[in-house]
Design a protein around this ligand. Structure first.
Ligand SMILES: [Mn+2]
Length: 365
């Protein structure tokens, strides 16, 4: 029996454009600690090998320290580490895989041909290949079949299973089924796939280790796997991200927005980045987003509030009045009813709020 850690898509040195410059710098700094954190985790769990399936770096113009610190962290593990470069960190003579000194236990696949490394102590062979450019159109797994030699056969690859467009190492399920592999450790897709089976081969995407935006929500991490002597693989997903992205919808109809938020939020959000969508109906004053942000922002790593509420129906009640207010409401009501979509209704709602505030000499929020 042996144990392995499978991770991918670190995208180190991502820019984090959507964050404040201070938060962005902090997250880039944190991301440089990933190698050390993974090493601690691999040592604590007694991993016998590590499979890293590409896109470890976001691009080719890294801070020099980033690959150096990753190399340093991985060197502490002692166990063998296998890296299959992907489309963002493809192998070339000026990539960090060539320019940084990697420790002896780290094996980097460098070519667009499958290479195989025997690990006799584990009765195992690890196969892999690299992207050598930003795209890899011929599938790297095409025609591959592991020898029937009684060994466990693992492979690490960056690639796209059954893609609609073949740009990033297209892999068919038939090829996986014909591969004879015990486990195919993939990278490229940023959501964890769960264990998948084609023929006798188990395969999975662990997803990215850290979400980078509101399109990468929830827990992110890696797979920790066990291979029995009979070649049965079990996978455990290990959440490992420092910060999670979450989108939450809070209906504030008939409630004080502050209380509605208090009731809806989980107890612990300090490390996480939240987008809170306020929905439902509000009175003509709407929601004071700035005040809410001041109240709540300290509870989050980063907070984004969006007002998607509609103005309550009774706001229109005085549309029959023979007054400036009545005239204003009648005109806006006409536009609201004729609005083609939600966006337009939202604009009319905003106009109603601003207009009524002006008529009542209230401050506009
Ligand atoms: Mn990729």
């Amino acid at each position: 029996m042996f144990r392995f850690l499978h991770a991918a898509d670190f995208h180190l040195d991502s820019a984090f454009h959507a964050l404040s410059p201070q938060r962005a710098a902090e997250r880039r700094r944190e991301s440089r600690e990933l190698g050390a954190r993974l090493a601690d985790e691999a040592l604590r769990r007694g991993a016998d090998l590590m499979l890293l399936s590409g896109d470890l770096f976001d691009g080719s113009d890294n801070f020099r320290e980033t690959p150096e610190e990753l190399a340093c962290g991985l060197g502490r593990i002692g166990a063998s580490v296998f890296v299959a470069p992907g489309n963002h960190d493809f192998y070339s003579s000026d990539s960090p895989y060539a320019t940084v000194e990697w420790p002896e236990n780290v094996y980097i696949f460098k070519s667009g041909q499958i290479e195989s490394v025997d690990l006799p102590d584990l009765n195992c062979t690890v196969h892999g290949a690299a992207f050598t450019g930003p795209e890899q159109v011929p599938g790297l797994l095409t025609g591959f079949a592991a020898p029937e030699d009684g060994r466990i056969h693992l492979m690490t690859l960056h690639g796209d299973v059954e893609p609609s467009v073949a740009r990033y190492n297209p892999i068919t399920k038939a090829e996986i089924a014909a591969s004879g592999l015990t486990y195919l450790a993939l990278g490229h897709i940023h959501a964890a796939s769960g264990p998948q089976r084609c023929g006798e081969t188990l395969w999975a995407y662990p997803g990215c280790t850290e979400g980078r935006g509101f399109d990468e929500l929830g827990d992110k991490g890696f797979y920790f796997g066990t291979v029995s002597d009979e070649g049965v693989v079990t996978l455990e997903f290990v959440p490992f991200a420092r910060h999670r992205y979450e989108i939450m919808t809070v209906d504030v109809t008939g409630k004080d927005p502050r209380e509605a938020l208090e009731a809806a939020l989980p107890a612990w959000t300090t490390d996480d980045l939240y987008r809170l969508l306020l929905t439902g109906e509000t009175d003509e004053r709407g929601i004071d987003l700035t005040a809410l942000e001041t109240l709540f922002s300290g509870r989050f790593y980063a907070l984004e509030l969006r007002d998607q509420t509609r103005v309550r129906q009774d706001v229109w009640a005085r549309a029959d009045e023979d007054s400036l207010r009545g005239e204003f409401l009648r005109r806006l009501r006409g536009r609201y009813d004729a609005a083609a979509d939600d966006k337009e209704r939202e604009n009319v709602t905003r106009a109603v709020r601003f207009g009524l505030a002006a008529l009542d000499h209230r401050d506009i929020m």
